[in-house]
Design a protein around this ligand. Structure first.
Ligand code: SAH
Length: 212
């Protein structure tokens, strides 16, 4: 094991399991994805610490626990197709890609998208497709999705995303103020929409139509 492998296993044992993350697929994905490849050069030794980190362009790679919590809440199955809004570093997309069949991810900062695309390709995540776009409008050509994950804070649940969720589909989205949000899980069924609150969180703002 390398130092990074060791730090990653400790991250799972010390930050995720004690806080209640228990889904075996999620723990396995968090043990597998090399988070140190997705942080900024020079920050590799901080990659497995219990915090978000800057990735440039005023954006951040989320805290490992939040990545695990959101991934677990999506209840992913191996055949699922997932849409992520806010590619950022690409780390969350890689975690989703470890579990789901296909991941689509959208980013509105082009240099971040290119950096993420490069790393995901180097690591062999060929089940991740990505594009430069306003993610609040979703990816209609690839819809409907089994799961949708929004990784930026939104003033509302973007209606186009709800429309792109399958019956039985799950969406996790931070909703609230620009500096503080509640993580909401939305489950869509034939009878309508069910919402659950998963706790407080702090994401960078979702920008564009239906965002800020
Ligand atoms: N999931 C990322 C962290 C995302 S930070 C990771 O694992 O690293 C939030 C990201 O959402 C930022 O990169 C920001 O540029 C992007 N973003 C904000 N509003 C967006 C929008 N409307 N469409 C697409 N991306 C958006």
């Amino acid at each position: 094991m390398t130092d990074h492998d060791l730090a990653r296993h400790e991250m799972v044992e010390e930050q995720l399991i004690p806080r209640g993350i228990s889904a075996p697929r999620v723990l396995q994905a968090m043990k597998t994805v090399p988070r140190h490849r997705f942080v900024e050069k020079g920050d590799e030794n901080l990659a497995y610490t219990d915090q978000p980190l800057p990735i440039g362009y005023h954006q951040t790679i989320s805290q490992p626990y939040i990545v695990a919590l959101m991934t677990e809440a999506l209840d992913l199955k191996p055949a699922d197709t997932v849409l992520e809004i806010g590619t950022g570093s690409g780390y969350q997309a890689a975690v989703l890609a470890e579990i789901a069949h296909q991941v689509y991810t959208i980013e509105k900062v082009e240099p971040l998208l290119h950096r993420a695309q490069t790393i995901l390709a180097e690591l062999g995540y060929d089940n991740v497709a990505s594009k430069f776009y306003n993610g609040t409008l979703g990816w209609p050509e690839k819809a409907p999705f089994d799961a949708i994950l929004v990784t930026a804070g939104s003033p509302e649940i973007p209606p186009p995303l709800l429309n792109q969720l399958k019956d039985g589909g799950r969406m996790v989205v931070p909703v609230g103020e620009q500096t503080f949000q509640e993580l909401i899980k939305v489950t869509r069924s034939r009878d309508g929409i069910r919402k659950e609150k998963l706790g407080g969180c702090r994401f960078v703002p979702l920008l564009g139509a239906h965002g800020w």
